[in-house]
Ligand binder design. Sequence first.
Ligand code: MRU
Length: 379
Amino acid sequence: MRVDGRAYRSIWLDPDGWSVRIIDQSRLPHRFEIVRLTSVADAADAIAGMQVRGAPLIGATAAYGLALGLRERPDDGGLDDAVARLRATRPTAVNLQWALERVGGTVRHLPPEERVQAAYREAVLIADEDVEQNRAIGEHGLALIREAAQRRDGAPVRVLTHCNAGWLATVDVGTATAPLYLAHREGIPLHVWVGETRPRNQGGALTAWELGHEGIPHTVIVDNAGGHVMQRGEVDLCIVGTDRTTGAGDVANKIGTYLKALAAHDLGIPFYVASPSSSIDWTLDSGDDIPIEERAAREVSHLSGATESGDLATVQVTAPGSPVGNPAFDVTPARLITGLITERGVAPSTRAGLARLFPDLADPSSEGSVAPSPVSVPG
Ligand code: MRU
């Protein structure tokens, strides 16, 4: 996507051919800074410290991080240490272990001297595939927005989203935002409600920044206002992202997603989850089994932002000494989800629905089975 007229991805290989560049998302929206990663420790710290975040980007960074780690130590011990170090950074987004298994599985059978180049090749493939998958998710989601636009008869389609499932959370294009970018380019009038997403404000800071750069009309609301705007009839559909979708369609996403899904369900508002196959954990049936990351208390007790003079500052907002809890994700049960927008079409949030689109992944023994036609609607 473009920032001030220049095209960026959220992660890319430096022209030196080995180091990795990222946009430091912990500084946005007030500072646009690019950081260079040169070691597995840099990559692990960038993920754990949320300079990069969002499930697909965490996966891509882990893939590049493994290549950096193998550059430092390509033997089996080096490979195992790098995988362990990266895997320990964030527990909920399944893309992390998916990417590590994919790159690790590709290089493990190779002699050490061939591992580095093979790991970079796989990391580049993962990044490029992510962009293509998001474009396809965009096309399938666009069909839903076109339908809503017909019902709106020229008035803006009102979409509510949560957290940041935009291009910053992926390698490019985004998942939940991909349909919005396509609809906007097609001239469909839109208005996006952006939940601020406490404690780290990925909605108010990152999604709003992205939409602003694309010229898409939007309004940031506090998370607690989501139910209210839906109740007032000001939301046509919700689209959010996922950190881990079980094979049966439960979805772990940023804390607060569940409450929005409950409100949408109560009010009969369609609630879609943009879910690339890299975020589906086929080994799980129940969202109860998804590990939920508990993050530092300081993210809740303190807020960071820019002062009126433009300096960055952090202030405490909770009563000093009060204990703080910070679960970073919650689980939205499949029954509250209207459909999962995948790169192969929109699936009902059921194991059978997902398996129909992904027979090769749901049951790897059926490899060679033909993927169904690109667009299918929830039934
Ligand atoms: O803690 P974060 O910022 O990594 O959480 C991000 C989300 O919850 C996103 O909605 C999810 O990763 C999907 S990103 C396409």
